[in-house]
Design a protein around this ligand. Structure first.
Ligand SMILES: [Zn+2]
Length: 318
C-alpha cells in the first residue's frame, strides 16, 4: 500500500492530483462533512497518479480492477453508523485496528474482457486517473466497447465525460432504467453534466436481465432507487460486482444493519446490504466492491449473527 496515499494533513489524504474530498463523496453527502480549513494544495505539489490495475482470470473472462482515486474522511460514524451506538462504533473500530474518527475511502472501477467485449463498470470521477489505471492494464479509453453503471452517484458517473466529450467514445452506455427515472425526476449537477449528454444513445435496462453474454444485471435497490449489481459467469466460475451494496469493509460488512448516510432509502439499503452479504457468504463466490480497499476484490465470510467479515483476495486467483 506504500505510495497509495499521500498525507497532506490530518484528515486529508489525497491522490490523483489535488482531488478534494468534495469530489470524492456524493454531493448530498457533503453537508455533514466538517469544513475544510486547510487551503487546497498548490498546483505542482499534487502527487502524480500513476494508476493501479489488478487482473485475475475468471473462466474465459479477464477481470481487471482499476483504482480511480482515494481520500481520507473524518467522522465515519456520521457516514457508516447513523444509528450506531457510539461506544460500539468505537470498539468495533479498535477491534479492526482502524481509528474511529477517520476512514479511508477509495473507488475502484472494474474492466471485464469477454471473448467479444471489453466492458467497464462505473467510471470514477477523474478521467485522467482512469486513463492512467487503464494504461497499466494496456487499455485505451477508446478500446472500451461497453460502459455499465451500477447507479448514478457522482463518484460512479463523473468519468463518463472528459470535458465536453464522451470519455469512452466507442462504448455503448448501459444503465438501469429505474435509476435513470429517479435522477431524471431529481437531477443532480453530475447527472445533468455526465449522463444527460449520453442518454439518447444509451441502452436502458430493467436490472433483471442478461445484458451481455455471461453478464447478468440484478436489482439491488436501496442505496439508490435503481442500484444494480452484476453477476459475471464464465466456464462455471462466478463473481459478483456489488457496486455500493456495502461501502466500508469493516462497518458495513460487520454491521450491515447500520444506516449509511449515502443510502437514499436507509431501511431498504440495509436490507439489500444484508441480503447481498448473506448470498456472498452462502455461495462463497468472489466479489468486487467499488469502495473496498484496492484491489477491491475478495470474499465474504459469516461472522456471527447478522455479521460478516471481508476476506481480501491474496493469491487465490494466481
Ligand atoms: Zn459510491
Amino acid at each position: 500500500m506504500a505510495g497509495l496515499f499521500k498525507t497532506t494533513r490530518r484528515g486529508t489524504m489525497l491522490m490523483g492530483g489535488a482531488l478534494p474530498l468534495a469530489l470524492v463523496l456524493p454531493a448530498h453527502a457533503q453537508t455533514a462533512a466538517p469544513a475544510q480549513t486547510a487551503p487546497a494544495e498548490p498546483p505542482g505539489e499534487a502527487p502524480v497518479f500513476v494508476g493501479r490495475a489488478n487482473t485475475i482470470q475468471l473462466g474465459g473472462f479477464e477481470v481487471t480492477t482499476l483504482l480511480g482515486g482515494a481520500s481520507m474522511n473524518d467522522n465515519p460514524i456520521e457516514t457508516f453508523g447513523l444509528n450506531a451506538d457510539p461506544a460500539e462504533f468505537e470498539s468495533l473500530s479498535a477491534e479492526n485496528f482502524i481509528p474511529a474518527d477517520r476512514s479511508g475511502g477509495s473507488f475502484t472501477l472494474t474492466l471485464v474482457r469477454t471473448p467479444d467485449a471489453l466492458v467497464l463498470f462505473d467510471t470514477g470521477m477523474v478521467p485522467a486517473n482512469n486513463a492512467a489505471s487503464l494504461a497499466q492494464a494496456g487499455v485505451k479509453p477508446e478500446d472500451v466497447t461497453h460502459v455499465v453503471l451500477t447507479h448514478m452517484h457522482p463518484d460512479h458517473i463523473g468519468g463518463l465525460m472528459d470535458g465536453e466529450a464522451p470519455a469512452f467514445p466507442k462504448a455503448e452506455l448501459i444503465l438501469p432504467r429505474p435509476e435513470n427515472d429517479h435522477w431524471a425526476a431529481n437531477p443532480s449537477e453530475a447527472y445533468t453534466a455526465k449522463v444527460v449528454p449520453l442518454l439518447d444513445k444509451a441502452r436502458q435496462i430493467e436490472g433483471t436481465e442478461e445484458i451481455l453474454p455471461g453478464i447478468r444485471a440484478e436489482q439491488a435497490h436501496g442505496h439508490t432507487p435503481g442500484h444494480t449489481t452484476y453477476l459475471l459467469e464464465s466456464d462455471g466460475q462466478r463473481l459478483l460486482i456489488t457496486g455500493d451494496s456495502f461501502n466500508h469493509y469493516v462497518y458495513s460488512v460487520q454491521r450491515p444493519a447500520w444506516h449509511v448516510r449515502f443510502d437514499v432509502d436507509k431501511e431498504q439499503g440495509a436490507a439489500t446490504r444484508q441480503a447481498v452479504l448473506a448470498r456472498l457468504a452462502e455461495e462463497k463466490i468472489p466479489f468486487i466492491g467499488y469502495h473496498m480497499p484496492f484491489p477491491a476484490l475478495g470474499f465474504v465470510a459469516p461472522n456471527g449473527e447478522g455479521s460478516y467479515r471481508f476476506v481480501p483476495a491474496t493469491y487465490q486467483f494466481g
